[in-house]
Design a protein around this ligand. Structure first.
Ligand code: SF4
Length: 114
């Protein structure tokens, strides 16, 4: 089976063609550098994403957050449910952990709020 991907590792956006045998990556073409091959392999076998969102604050406002590392793509919906239920205690500083141990990542603040 063949799969077409756009590499998102750098702004060049190389068009990748991946030859798959089941879930196994046999060949990657179109990558300008080794990072593209690595991206294609991960995307086809264990796709991951960084989640960005907002968490409600105890005063009714919102604070922007993100996972501090990518989580499995298949867990994004569950991650968003946890984020939607969370309430941040003020004050919040950039980097503060709002939710810990969410599918191997922490959800951290990306802005200051008082
Ligand atoms: S293959 Fe390399 S050069 Fe091409 S988009 Fe990916 S990281 Fe950038």
């Amino acid at each position: 089976m063949e799969r077409k991907l756009t590499c998102i590792v750098c702004p060049l956006g190389c068009q990748l063609t991946v030859q798959l045998n089941g879930r196994e990556v046999e060949k990657v073409e179109g990558n300008t550098c080794p990072r593209g091959a690595e991206y294609a392999k991960n995307e086809c076998t264990n796709p991951q994403r960084t989640v960005t969102s907002t968490v409600r604050c105890e005063n009714g406002g919102l604070v922007s957050v993100k996972t501090d590392r990518p989580i499995p793509k298949e867990k994004m919906s569950e991650c968003m449910q946890l984020i939607n239920k969370a309430v941040a205690k003020l004050p919040v500083a950039i980097g503060d952990v709002i939710l810990s141990d969410v599918f191997g990542s922490n959800v951290v603040a990306t802005q200051n709020k008082t």
